[in-house]
Design a protein around this ligand. Structure first.
Ligand SMILES: *[C@@H]1O[C@H](CO)[C@@H](O)[C@H](O)[C@H]1NC(C)=O
Ligand SMILES: *[C@@H]1O[C@H](CO)[C@@H](O)[C@H](O)[C@H]1NC(C)=O
Ligand SMILES: *[C@@H]1O[C@H](CO)[C@@H](O)[C@H](O)[C@H]1NC(C)=O
Length: 415
């Protein structure tokens, strides 16, 4: 009882009222400014030195805005149609999420899986196919099964898709690996990385667990999905005549593929492929070099792929893969499946409109991110967290892709 009186006195004091008023006013101001949406382009993305990647998708942007400059060229149109209509919920693709994964990747896999379920698959319910080069442990399987209500199947790679083919000189292969390691080439000394690239180049799409599906979405342990995906990308691709989808496009490390372009050209020329139909090939050709043209190293980063499975499980692709496999570059060099898949697209006769850039899928793998906070109707469904968007990096090929005008070009045409 005795301490109530002084307290009451304090509350009634003018000084206290004044202080209370000032503090309330101050916090109201902070609150007000914190939640006022940015009204101009300049206020977007304080953490992103590049600003929004596609400013005029959500808001018009003035011509000449310095943020629109990229490699000296002006983006005058949105990079992709930003408004993908919500597809009919009753439509469903015969598709699976395909994941090559080791037992030791379980922790990373769980993080990726829980994000993937949150942004997309808890709602859409596509099955998962997990593949490993050794049997999955019971612990791995149980933990994954507890993390999703969707169908999960576990399989192993078949031994011929994870070993040296008979024609490979293993002594030479090991010498090459040591040399690449000494040269500091990323994964240059790794045999298992090479097996993985070869598996993804020639085998995953005909694995018995994958073969029953028409479409696949490739996911890797450790990747992040940063935006809610409120529509079905498989159905979208089907309805819009898309065959292959990517989010990140970049330059390959040239030292990993010294002869890939030549070997690809030999294949195309000796099989008469690409003489007429290839409007996409020119995208991959270096603008500066003459004669038969060099590879400019652009490719779609294949750790994320949404594609039609039979694109690869097709006679042309399989003979391309066999040609590459015979040439030995998976082992004597360090050919990645990404440039191989990319170079195959023109060989398979695809045009630009059949390859889709998923602008609205926020994705992070290792140090590279594609994530846009404000894209059309999906505003504020992303958790980009101030990550730097790779799209405007010097080694990104996205701008080249956006600006690419389909042009007939064949291996037979000098530039
Ligand atoms: C983007 O800006 C350009 C130039 O101001 C304009 O012509 C175009 O219609 C805009 N696109 C969208 C989707 O707002
Ligand atoms: C295999 O490669 C090694 C090292 O390059 C070479 O010395 C050897 O002759 C090769 N073996 C065959 C059968 O070609
Ligand atoms: C691309 O190819 C598809 C399938 O052959 C065709 O339907 C479409 O019209 C082509 N688009 C362009 C722009 O050539």
């Amino acid at each position: 009882m005795s301490f109530q009186k002084p307290l009451l006195k304090l509350l009634k004091s003018t000084l206290f009222r004044l202080l209370f008023f000032i503090i309330t006013f101050f916090f109201s101001l902070v609150f007000l400014f914190r939640f006022t949406p940015p009204s101009t382009v300049e206020e977007y993305g304080p953490n992103d030195p590049y600003g929004p990647a596609y400013p005029n998708i959500s808001r018009p942007v003035k011509q000449g805005d310095p943020r629109l400059q990229l490699h000296g060229s002006l983006i005058t149109e949105p990079l992709v149609s930003p408004l993908i209509p919500q597809t009919h919920p009753s439509l469903r693709a015969n598709a699976a999420i395909v994941i090559l994964c080791r037992n030791s990747d379980l922790g990373q896999m769980l993080d990726t899986l829980s994000q993937f379920e949150d942004v997309f698959n808890r709602e859409f319910g596509y099955p998962y196919v997990f593949i490993n080069d050794v049997p999955f442990t019971p612990q791995f399987k149980n933990t994954i099964r507890q993390a999703t209500r969707n169908l999960v199947e576990f399989g192993e790679v078949e031994s011929e898709s994870w070993s040296y083919p008979s024609w490979i000189n293993q002594t030479k292969a090991e010498e090459c690996m040591h040399k690449m390691e000494d040269d500091g080439v990323i994964y240059g000394g790794s045999l298992s990385y090479r097996h993985m690239c070869r598996f993804y180049s020639g085998f995953f799409f005909r694995h018995p667990l994958v073969r029953k599906y028409d479409w696949y979405w490739r996911v890797e342990p450790g990747v992040s999905f940063l935006c809610k995906i409120p529509y079905d990308p498989f159905v979208y691709m089907h309805q819009n005549n898309k065959e292959y989808g990517f989010v990140i496009s970049l330059l390959e490390v040239a030292k990993t593929i010294p002869t890939l372009w030549e070997v690809t050209r030999d294949f195309a020329m000796s099989n008469g492929i690409g003489r007429e139909q290839s409007k996409l090939l020119r995208f991959f050709v270096n603008d500066e070099t003459g004669d038969l043209g060099d590879y400019n190293m652009c490719h779609f980063w294949s750790n994320f792929e949404i594609a039609r499975r039979t694109l690869f499980d097709s006679p042309t692709y399989l003979s391309y893969f066999n040609h590459l496999d015979r040439a030995g570059g998976f082992f004597y060099e360090r050919w990645g499946d990404a440039p191989i898949h990319s170079l195959a697209l023109p060989l398979l006769g695809l045009n630009k409109s059949q390859v889709h850039f998923f602008n609205d899928i926020g994705y992070q793998h290792e140090h590279l991110t594609h994530c846009i906070d404000h894209v059309g109707q999906f505003q504020n469904t992303c958790q980009c967290g101030g990550r730097r968007n790779f799209d405007r990096d010097e080694s990104s090929c996205l701008q080249r892709w956006v600006e690419y005008q389909e042009k007939e070009w064949t291996w037979w045409d000098p530039l």
